[in-house]
Design a protein around this ligand. Sequence first.
Ligand code: SAH
Length: 219
Amino acid sequence: MLKLEDTYLHKGKRKALVSELRIKGIQNEAVLEAINTLPRHFFFDTALISHAYEDKAFPIGEGQTISQPYTVAFQSSLLAVSPGDKILEIGTGSGYQACILHLLGAKVISIEYQKKLFDHTSRFLKRLGIQLQLFYGDGTGGVPTLAPYDKIIVTAGAPVVPDALIQQLKIGGILVIPVGDRTKQAMVKITKKSATEILREEFEGFAFVPLLGKDGWNA
Ligand code: SAH
């Protein structure tokens, strides 16, 4: 079977996954529809494809993981994406989260720290025909050349909220970032109310691979 083939079996498993996410509390219909549309198994190593519709994180190489679907849905819901939003993602990884944002109508810019993953995912997304702006480097400093952003999403666990990311948000913009220790984090949603004022909300219970780089953890 070809890896980039989307069969009835896959579509059925995706529908079941979407029902599971609904039961777990995800209510954003646009996000659920994007998850129902995007074949998650395309983003998996061939050997792991049978697990693609489990609500779990899985290895994607270089010690990194594709986030759990619930987490992708939760972060995407917190971002409250409007079509046309310019969104910066820190941690491209497999490209799955970036493609969900793309399906929600966002203009996605994503940066990845691991060269091998950057190369692999750049090639793969080209093959899928999905146009995103991908960068290679340390995303803890954001991507200042394309700032400001409507929304910023960080998909690795941070020790602190990097200042640069708040700087690069538009007024009214939203930053979603897991913050905690190396194994457990709370999801932090920051709304930039004015140049000097932010609103911070927290949701417990997440586990991401560590954010590395200048304002991240040591490798
Ligand atoms: N959004 C990804 C999740 C990948 S896991 C997906 O949907 O598959 C987190 C990713 O963050 C890893 O690929 C890791 O290499 C990357 N990462 C870690 N620290 C980073 C940093 N400082 N800048 C950019 N990417 C980083």
